[in-house]
Design a binder for this molecule. Sequence first.
Ligand SMILES: CC(C)(COP(=O)(O)OP(=O)(O)OC[C@H]1O[C@@H](n2cnc3c(N)ncnc32)[C@H](O)[C@@H]1OP(=O)(O)O)[C@@H](O)C(=O)NCCC(=O)NCCS
Length: 164
Amino acid sequence: MTPAGSAAGIVAAGLVAAGLVAAGPAHADALAAIHQAAFPPDAAWGPQVMALQLGLPGAFGWIDPRGGMVLARVAADEAEILTLAVAPDARRCGLGRALLAAAMVTARGRGARKMFLEVASLNAPARMLYERAGFAEVGRRRRYYPSGDDALVLRADLVAPDAP
Ligand SMILES: CC(C)(COP(=O)(O)OP(=O)(O)OC[C@H]1O[C@@H](n2cnc3c(N)ncnc32)[C@H](O)[C@@H]1OP(=O)(O)O)[C@@H](O)C(=O)NCCC(=O)NCCS
C-alpha cells in the first residue's frame, strides 16, 4: 500500500480526483475491452494478458472510464509504457494525453527519472502525442512488427511535479 502523504500517494490522489481509476486485477476485463476497441485483433490484449502485465514487478495502470487506458512499469530509476489505448469514439478529446501524463507523473512519483516506450514508425497519431509530451527517438528496431514496420524506441526525461 502507498503510504498516505508520500509523493506517490499525493500524485495518485490527484489523478483519482481528476476522474482516473487506478487499474488492478479486477479491471482486467475493462482494460481488455478498451484495448480490443483500439487495436486490430492481432495486436489487442485479452484479460489474461492484462492481468499478467499488471502483475509484473513495478507495474501500474490507469483507466479513463470514458474509454482509455494505460499500463506502465517502474524498475529502479527507469519506467516503461507497456501500452496505451483510447477507444476510437473517445479519441481527439485529450484522453490519450491525460493518460500518458498520468503514467509519467506516477512513474516520477515512484522514483523513475526517465521513461521509455516503443511505437510503430507508421503510427502518426501516437508519434505526435509522444513527441508533444517530450519523447524523442533514441533507437530503432527494424522490421520489429509483423507488418514489417519498424519500432521506434522513444525516451523522455521525467521532471519532478514541482519543477519549474
Ligand atoms: C494514440 C492514441 C492513444 C491517442 O489518443 P487520443 O485520446 O486520441 O489523443 P489526444 O486526444 O489526447 O491527443 C493528444 C495529441 O496527440 C496527437 N494526436 C492524437 N491523435 C492524432 C491524430 N489522429 N493525428 C495527428 N495527431 C494526433 C495530437 O498532437 C493531439 O493533440 P491535439 O489534439 O491538441 O492536436 C489513440 O489514437 C489510440 O489509442 N490509437 C491506437 C492505439 C495506439 O496506437 N496506441 C499507442 C501505441 S504505442
